[in-house]
Ligand binder design. Structure first.
Ligand SMILES: C=C(O[C@@H]1C=C(C(=O)O)C=C[C@H]1O)C(=O)O
Length: 355
């Protein structure tokens, strides 16, 4: 047993030495490519998506496709940081799901910077104080994030990526607290995601929405009568006790985030395009408006309406379609839409999430 163990460990050491050489050789190629790009835009979302898809497809196992993709995500992140670590703004403070999404998408070598609000994330990207921003756009139980949609409509920014994050919620208390919680702090989206659980387990408690789950955790850490709903990372930041775990009503609770930047992405082979449009306020107008997608065989993966601020009972439609705006079918549908829609803004084309 001892001998076998030693043999395996010796083999692992030898493999690790090989891997060290290989990842550094890879890093040097990435550096050379950085130099070819001449100090311009180094990060290429479409290429990164292709690298991740390729390793998933070629993975012989026994490691899962998901695991190898996560490893390569970190390798690429470190390679890119050799040139210049990316600065990524998210809805802070530290420990939010937005930060987890930023790290999932860009890896740990990126510098993540917490902002006080979603507006601030947009402003920082616009001003160029950060390279990218990560903003929540919809949750599988709570629905659309209105602030993000409104800002996407107005901001001169592009969507260059998407991140899907499985969200687990915890009920957190100050350690050693015995009294039943009379107040529950959390972000409105998280309160919505745990609505049924709260009805059952804390029916009398007042639900108080606050700007972030981390803020909720902070408030609960200062108040014996309060609890917070937040993720694991927020519990760690404030040293709270996890009184109940996975309290989200929907077991597949997922939040989708968008990556915003001054540019979108080139085609990666499996892309999405986000756009916002409005129709004239007349019967059948919405049907008419969306008809070009059906006619050119473009699949729609999302349709969300939002009241327009300009007229009563007028709506903006946020649409995601499969394909890149440079793909022929999508380009044809968009050309037709341009004539029909009262308003059309293409928010950007980007690789469909790999991780
Ligand atoms: C090396 C490149 O630059 C960056 C680093 C990548 C990598 O490490 O594989 C991929 C895309 C870019 O974000 C490239 O464009 O190929």
């Amino acid at each position: 047993m001892d001998k076998a163990l030693q043999q395996h460990r010796a083999a692992i050491d030898a493999i690790d030495d090989e891997m060290l050489k290989l990842v550094n050789a890879r890093a040097m190629h990435a550096q050379a490519i950085g130099a070819l790009k001449g100090g311009g835009l180094i990060y290429r979302p479409e290429r990164e998506a292709q690298v991740l898809r390729r390793v998933k497809e070629n993975n012989p196992g026994p490691l899962s496709g998901e695991s190898v993709a996560r490893l390569f995500r970190e390798i690429m992140s470190a390679c890119l940081a050799l040139e210049k670590p990316l600065k990524v703004a998210y809805l802070g403070p530290e420990g939010t799901f937005s930060q987890a999404a930023a790290i999932k998408h860009f890896g740990h070598a990126a510098h993540t910077e917490g902002c006080a609000s979603i507006d601030d994330v947009f402003r920082n990207v616009e001003a160029g104080t950060v390279d990218y921003g990560v903003v929540p756009v919809e949750n599988s139980t709570g629905g659309a994030v209105g602030t993000t949609l409104d800002l996407l409509l107005e901001a001169p920014l592009k969507v260059c990526g998407e991140v899907d994050l499985r969200v687990h919620q915890f009920l957190l208390r100050k350690p050693g607290t015995m009294a039943k919680a009379v107040k529950v702090y959390s972000h409105a989206q998280s309160l919505a995601q745990c609505h049924e659980w709260l009805n059952q387990h804390l029916p009398g408690a007042e639900r108080i929405p606050v700007v972030s789950n981390t803020k909720a955790a902070k408030l609960a850490s200062e108040d014996e009568n309060a609890a917070a709903i937040a993720g694991e990372a927020a519990a760690e930041v404030y040293g709270l006790e996890k009184v109940a775990q996975n309290i989200e009503d929907e077991p597949n609770n997922t939040t989708r985030f968008l990556v915003i930047a001054l540019h979108d992405a080139a085609p990666s082979g499996r892309d999405k395009t986000s756009l916002v449009l409005s129709s004239k306020n007349q019967p059948g107008a919405v049907y008419e408006l969306l008809a070009p997608f059906a006619r050119f065989g473009v699949s729609m993966s999302k349709l969300e309406s939002r009241p327009s601020r300009t007229g009563l009972w007028e709506y903006m439609f946020f649409v995601d379609v499969e394909g890149h705006h440079q793909d022929e079918k999508v380009a044809q549908a968009l050309a037709e839409l341009r004539d029909k829609a009262a308003f059309l803004k293409i928010l950007g084309s980007y690789p469909a999430a790999v991780l």
